[in-house]
Design a binder for this molecule. Structure first.
Ligand code: NDP
Length: 318
């Protein structure tokens, strides 16, 4: 039977090209998108076969939407073999935080809390699938891993969850940041991506042995020309891809990033749970994937457990 993968945020960038790469491998893709029309148009431009995918509405920022989405997915009756948590927003120029329907700061609500609820609800579906190889794959990033050079850049600040005081206090106004400190929108993104990587490790620790599901995160390379950067300064949007292509050598195309996600979802060599995959920061030709070491922030067990418990409360799972 055709295996089914669900991918969040397939209307552009890495998620769109991961969809294409998995369709090419013969998978059926459930496209979880907040803008169905934009997805349909993107799919037409890439000539995706409409019989191989379905679009279901999901606004990750809204916990009600996540729950509704899971109900709708269950109605189509396809056993879930893999979930890819890919969607994200990055809004580095905001002066004031935007808020989710529940009142949470929007980038953490979307990138972390929405995916946290989605992953926990869909664990049941992955577990119910009798296939021996089921996977849950999460997009992490180098800028949230201070173990690597790209994660040490202090603009505006490295990822740092502090003592999670902001989450513990309910994460609603006037609180804007996980650590409870003043709002820094670029850091809010990095913090949310750090949460994504911690969530993956914690899923592995809690559920891999009992379910056999493979949990991994990955850094696909610097995909400097996706719409992720559309809320940055226009000059940054021109210079950043050039810089990554010519100076750091970190640039990867959207198609290659999508292909890498598809490998982590489908290839036998990636059926190893608990790791964070990378192809390195500089893109050597024919560079080989390896399990990248994560920072002390990302591997601190006490903080991971506290983040898990607070996230459960904030998404209403207790
Ligand atoms: P894009 O902006 O191209 O894609 C993001 C996707 O997420 C879009 O489909 C977007 O939908 C969707 N999305 C945003 N908000 C929501 C929401 N509330 N509900 C549902 N979907 C939503 O960015 P990328 O492809 O670059 O990023 C994809 C992932 O890759 C992210 O997790 C990012 O952190 C990660 N990553 C990216 C890197 C890069 O260099 N670009 C490097 C490392 C990791 P819409 O079209 O409606 O906005």
């Amino acid at each position: 039977t055709t295996p089914t993968v669900m991918i969040t945020g397939t209307s552009s960038g890495v998620g769109l090209y991961a969809t294409q790469a998995l369709l090419d491998r013969g998978w059926f893709v459930v496209c979880a998108c907040r803008d169905g029309q934009k997805m349909t148009q993107a799919a037409q431009e890439l000539n995706l076969n409409p019989e191989q995918y379905i679009v279901i509405h999901l606004d990750l920022a809204s916990l009600a939407s996540v729950r509704q989405f899971v109900q709708e997915f269950r109605q189509i009756g396809r056993p879930l073999q893999a979930l890819v948590c890919n969607a994200a927003v990055y809004m580095p120029l905001l002066k004031e935080p935007l808020r989710s329907p529940e009142g949470y700061e929007l980038s953490v609500a979307t990138n972390h809390l929405g995916h946290f609820l989605l992953a926990l609800l869909l664990l049941e579906d992955l577990q119910a699938n009798p296939a021996p190889d089921r996977r849950l794959v999460v997009l992490g990033t180098v800028t949230a891993n201070s173990e690597e050079l790209g994660g040490k850049i202090p603009i505006p600040a490295p990822a740092d969850l502090g003592d999670l005081a902001g989450l513990a206090a309910g994460f609603q106004a006037p609180i804007t940041m996980i650590d409870g400190k003043p709002f820094k929108p670029g850091k809010a993104y990095k913090d949310s991506k750090l949460c994504n990587m911690i969530m993956t490790r914690e899923l592995h620790r809690r559920y891999h042995a009992s379910t056999g599901i493979t949990f991994s995160s990955l850094y696909p390379g610097c995909v400097a020309d996706t719409p992720l950067f559309r809320h940055s300064y226009p000059t940054f949007q021109t210079l950043f891809p050039w810089f990554q292509k010519n100076i750091t050598g970190g640039y990867v195309s959207q198609a290659l990033a999508g292909e890498r996600v598809a490998q982590v979802v489908a290839d036998a060599s990636f059926q190893e749970s608990g790791g964070h995959w990378s192809w390195g920061n500089r893109q050597a030709k024919d560079g080989k994937p390896f399990v990248q070491k994560l920072s002390a922030q990302a591997t601190d067990q006490n903080r991971a457990e506290r983040l898990w418990d607070l996230s459960r409360q904030l998404v209403g799972l207790t």
